[in-house]
Ligand binder design. Sequence first.
Ligand code: FAD
Length: 503
Amino acid sequence: MSDQQRVVVVGAGNAALVAALAAHEAGAEVRVLEAATREERGGNSRFSGGIFRTVHDGLASLQPLLHPTNARWLDRVDVASYPRDRFLGDWMATSAGQPDPALVEMVVDRSLETVRWMHARGVQWELAANKLVDPDKLEPGTVYNMAPGGALRALGEGIGLMKCLFAAVEAAGIEVSYDAPAAGLLTSGSTVEGVRMRRADHVEEVRGTVVLASGGFESNPEMRLRYLGHGWDLVKVRGSRFNMGVMLTQALLSGAQPAGHWGGAHASPLDAAAPAVGDLRLTDKMSRYSYPYALLVNTAGDRFVDEGEDEVWLTYAKTGWAVRAQDRALAYQVFDQKTVHLLEPRYRTGTPVEAETIEGLAELLGVPVPRLAATVEDFNAAVAADAGERFVPFAADGLSAEPAGQLPKSNWAQRLDAPPFVAYPVTCGITFTYGGLKVDDQARVLDTEGVPMPGLYAAGEITGNFFFHNYAAGSGLMRGAVFGRLAGEGAAAFDCGGRAGSR
Ligand SMILES: Cc1cc2nc3c(=O)[nH]c(=O)nc-3n(C[C@H](O)[C@H](O)[C@H](O)COP(=O)(O)OP(=O)(O)OC[C@H]3O[C@@H](n4cnc5c(N)ncnc54)[C@H](O)[C@@H]3O)c2cc1C
C-alpha cells in the first residue's frame, strides 16, 4: 500500500477507534497509537456511562437497536421522541448559544445514523433504565419516564462500548500499538506528515495522515491550573490518567488554531472519597447525580445552587463547578426518607452519614449546627403545603420553593422533614475539558489563519467549539463518534500528493 493511504490514529478511545474503523473501511492502512498499556486502554470512553445522545422517535424506534436483555424494561419505561430541534435546543441552551452551529448540526444530524453504523460493527445498545433510579424499587405498575436525550447507552456502559470497538478493530486487522505515546507532529510547513512516538530509549517516526483523538487535558494538573484557574490543579479526575493534553499542545505549536472554551470543563458531583484519578474497577460508579431530590449544602451549612433547576442530565456538568467553589471543594447532599429510595443505585458505593435530626446530622458532618438548622427551616417554610401530592420524581414537576435569603429550588422542592436524614459528602470531579483544536465540519484541523492543515484531522475531546459552560449528557461520546467517522474517512481519502499545493 502506498504512503498516500496510510493513516495514523493517535489515541484508542471511542473517537479514535471509530476513526480507525472508518479509515480502514475506506481502504487505508491504519495504525493506532495508544499511550496506555493494553490493560489500561480505552481512555475516558471506557470509564463512561456509555450514554449516546441521539435523535430518535421514541421507544419503538430504538427497539431494533436494543439488546434482547432489554425486554424486561419495555413495559416499565416510557421514552418520548427526541427530535432534531430538541437535541439542537438542549445543546445550544446548555452551552449558552456559543458553539459553532455547523459542528453541532453535524453531530445532531448524523447521530442516529452513527449509532446504527456502530451497531452494524458490533456495538450493542441498551436503555439506560437503571441509571437514575433503581426500577426494581418502584411501586408495581409505575412507568418510569426516561429523559429521551439520555435514554440510550452502550450495553455494559463504557466498558461494554470499548470491548465491542476493540473487538471490531482487532477483527479488521488494524494494528494497535500500546505504551506508544505520541510526542509531536512531523511537519513540513503547515503540512502534517506523521507523528513522533516516544519509546523508552528512542523516538520513532510514524508516517501517514494523522487523526488526533487523544483526549483533552483534564488529567494534567499544570494545564488545569493554567487554563481553568485557581484550585483546579487539586480536583479529582473522574476518568483516564492518560489525557495529559500533550498532542493538543503539540498541534498548537505546529500551527493549529485553539478554539472554544479553554477556561471551561465538564465537572460533576463526585463522592468525596473517590480516588484522585479514575479507577477502572469503579469507572463512573462514584458519580452522585440524585441531588435534584436533595438540599445541597456546603461546610458552612448554606445552600449554593438551585438543585432542581432542570433535569439532572442538563445540569450535572456544571454542578461540579459550584461544588469546587466551596470551602475545601466539599459539599453534602442531604436527603430524607421521602426521597432516599429514589437515589441512583450507584450511591451504594458511598458511605452516607445518617441522623434522626438535622442538628444531629450537622454535628456528625462538622457543619455549624444552628446554620444548617436555619437553612433547612427556612427552606421548609417556603415549600408548598401540597408538595407531597404534586411531586413527580421523573420529570421537571415545577414544584418550586423560594426560601427567604436562599437560592430558589425550581423543581422537586419538598420539605426535608422525614427522618432519618441521610447525607452524602461530595466533591468536584473533572470529566473532560472544553477547549481544543479548531476543526471544520469535515474534522479537518484549521491553522491559525483558518486554513485546513493538510494531513491533520481531529475528533473527540481534543477538539474545541462544541461545549461552553455546561453540557447535555451523552453528547461527548456522540460527538466523538460522528467526528471520528468524518476524520477517519477524510484521512483515508486525503491526497498526500496534493499536500504542498493545497494552501
Ligand atoms: C466517569 C465518566 C463518565 C462519562 N459518561 C459519559 C456518558 O455516559 N456519555 C457521554 O457521552 N460521555 C461520557 N463521558 C465523557 C466521555 O467519556 C468523553 O467525552 C469521551 O469518552 C471522549 O472520547 P475521546 O475518544 O475523545 O477520548 P478518550 O476516550 O479519553 O480517548 C483518548 C485516548 O487517547 C490516549 N492518549 C492520550 N494522550 C496520548 C498520546 N500522547 N499518545 C497516544 N495516545 C494518547 C488516551 O490514553 C486515551 O485512550 C464520561 C466521562 C467520564 C470520565
